[in-house]
Write a new protein. Structure first.
Length: 232
């Protein structure tokens, strides 16, 4: 299996300005994901996708390949992961580069993921490559989606109405009636290149779950402070 990693770091963070290059334990935040990838024996090449020359220069300093600057059109608040990965793959194709079998998505907001955990995820996915389209790390959550609502025209609308698996009004039922729910936490995603090209999806239909007990996402000033206090 040919394995590439792609660290994605746009420069337009609204919640915390230049979040991806803020200092975290002596290195810019995005550098940690690059270093983890470089240390992982199962990753053949490490790339950085960014719209900023400043970020690109930092990525190169830490050993990432940065062969392009990501277009502004796919570096907006509402730009999707699919757009970023499709752009990356077609860059490789258009420049006659070797196309990997799988791509690891490493977000800069997880500077504390371990290389051992990364290797375990890659090994698990390769071992189940024929059965799944992708791998995602997830976290169990306390709230059940069967008991959640949206608001439309100032009216509370249950997401599951009026039935869920033959259960009438699930939003009025005890939570113990429902299976455990999970949320995609974005620590590690593993994507099949063929799925992106053929199915136009970064997840496909069959997703291999890796359940995490603790979430170490760093996405705000408060997250930075808490994580630095925890690790010092």
């Amino acid at each position: 299996m040919l394995v590439y990693s792609l660290v994605t770091a746009r420069s337009g963070s609204k919640g915390l300005k230049d979040k991806n290059i803020l200092d975290y334990n002596g290195h810019p935040l995005l550098a940690h994901s690059i270093m983890q990838s470089k240390e992982c024996s199962l990753v053949n090449k490490t790339f950085l996708s960014t719209d900023s020359q400043v970020y690109a220069d930092i990525g190169k300093k830490y050993g990432a390949e940065v062969p392009f600057l990501r277009p502004a059109s796919i570096s907006k608040d509402l730009s999707t992961d699919f757009e970023v990965f499709e752009h990356f793959i077609y860059y490789l194709i258009n420049n006659n580069s070797i196309i990997p079998d799988i791509i690891i998505h490493l977000r800069p907001t997880y500077p504390n993921r371990s290389v051992l955990f990364l290797e375990k995820c890659i090994t698990s996915f390769i071992s189940n490559y024929q059965q799944y389209d992708s791998l995602r790390t997830v976290m169990p959550i306390d709230k059940n989606p069967q008991k959640m609502y949206t608001i439309h025209n100032n009216c509370l609308i249950p997401y599951f109405f009026p039935f869920y698996q033959n259960i009438k009004e699930p939003y009025n039922m005890p939570r113990q009636m429902f299976e455990t729910s999970f949320v995609h936490n974005g620590c590690i995603d593993i994507l099949k290149t063929s799925c992106i090209l053929e199915k136009k999806s970064i997840s496909g239909n069959l997703i291999y779950p890796v359940i995490m007990d603790e979430n170490n996402d760093i996405d705000s000033k408060e997250d930075f402070d808490k994580s630095l206090d925890k690790n010092n």
